[in-house]
Design a protein around this ligand. Structure first.
Ligand code: GAL
Length: 376
């Protein structure tokens, strides 16, 4: 055997050793299986991440968190997210007029962009509209509606997607990577992206949580670590004001039942048909900090949301009206679940005063959100 072959063997041995050590360190079991095909024949996989009583299932279509099993205070598990039993349910909903974005990754720009338009470096970009006069969650063909490339990683799955220059109206080839890991009740989501042209980016996950796994979320206790929120106009576009939550039904600095003030005669609640607003996190973003706590007294399940983003959209499931038939064909009724979408503020590209969502070539967009489950 020549020197070259010996070296080759050493390198191969080292790589195998490194891979085995990574797998040996990871305790979470990660498996994948087919989840069906899109109407055009594209195959979709589903990854199962299981660690003890916790289990998350993630589809390569939309990076959807299809199910999330978590134990209650007696150790009994339930699925705490809304969704559908099969791929067809997601494809039909995400391509229909009542897209609920159940569990999906949202991009290139989560939340609304007013009139689907923004100016960057003096150039005006126009996006397809899908929410009255505005663009919502990346437009009609957003990151929820594409198949991501996937590979197993320690404790989870890594998804990646190339959003081409001009796709859905946004400038620049954007390479996005999302890593989902599940360790001891912590569903950690690491988002990263790079671009080859100046662009805007705001990624999130749109899971609908119901910690009881049934009924509605009006008795869930919510705390939001935010002293201000961004009031909206009739199209749910921020007016630009950062308003104090003091003496308003938007004050969740101390935990309160979601339903305790939801029917207050308040102009902002009327506009949102309930809560559908962005809170300005006191942490200011930039470092991982607790943003929200959600607690279900009936099951004892507790969800802490940690993020390094400056905002969080608390949406109380106001557009659910029973027309969507979810898992087991059960209608998803008003307030059946709620979303806590970590994010930059809505419509930031049109608000120079808001924290910037611009990404330039050479920069690396990196952000982390953790949905941490336990019981009390
Ligand atoms: C939320 C948004 C709501 C609604 C929902 C999907 O993120 O804030 O207004 O569009 O998604 O039905």
């Amino acid at each position: 055997m020549g020197v070259r072959d010996v070296l080759k063997r050493i390198v191969v041995g080292a790589v195998v050793f490194a891979a085995v050590s990574i797998i040996a360190e990871a305790k979470t079991k990660v498996t994948s299986q087919p989840f069906g095909k899109l109407p055009d024949g594209t195959p979709v996989e589903i990854y199962t991440l299981s660690d003890g009583a916790f289990e998350a299932r993630i589809a390569t279509y939309g990076g959807v968190v299809v199910s999330l099993m978590a134990p209650d205070r007696n150790g009994k598990t339930a699925d705490v997210v809304l969704g559908f039993d099969d791929l067809d349910g997601y494809v039909a909903n995400f391509n229909g007029s009542a897209d609920a974005y159940f569990g999906a990754l949202i991009g290139r720009y989560a939340n609304r962009i007013a009139r689907g338009s923004f100016t960057l470096d003096g150039h005006k970009y126009s996006l397809p509209l899908n929410n009255g006069p505005n663009t919502l969650h990346g437009g009609p063909h957003g990151f929820n509606n594409v198949v991501w490339k996937a590979k197993s990683i320690a404790d989870g799955v890594e998804l990646s997607y190339l959003s081409k220059d001009g796709e859905a109206g946004y400038p620049g080839n954007l390479t996005a990577t999302v890593r989902y890991t599940l360790v001891k009740g912590d569903l950690r989501i690491e988002y990263s992206a790079t671009t080859d042209k100046n662009t805007v980016v705001n990624l999130t996950n749109h899971s609908y949580f119901n910690l009881a796994g049934q009924g509605d979320i009006l008795n869930h206790q919510l705390a939001l670590h935010a002293s201000r929120f961004t009031p909206v106009d009739a199209g749910l576009i921020p007016t630009g004001e950062l308003k104090s939550v003091e003496s308003t039904p938007f004050d969740f600095r101390k935990a309160a039942a979601v339903g305790s003030r939801i029917n207050t005669d308040d102009a902002q609640l009327h506009l949102g048909r309930g809560y559908d607003h962005n809170w300005v996190l006191d942490s200011g973003g930039g470092k991982l900090a607790e943003a929200a706590e959600l607690y279900d007294p009936s099951s004892g399940r507790l969800l802490k949301v940690l993020t390094d983003q400056p905002g969080i959209q608390f949406y109380s499931g106001n557009f659910l009206d029973g027309t969507i038939k979810g898992k087991s064909g059960k209608p998803d009724v008003l307030h059946a679940a709620l979303c806590l979408e970590t994010q930059h503020f809505p419509d930031s590209p049109n608000h120079p005063d808001f924290p910037s969502t611009e990404l330039k070539p050479g920069q690396h967009y990196r952000t982390v959100t953790v949905y941490s489950f336990s019981t009390r």
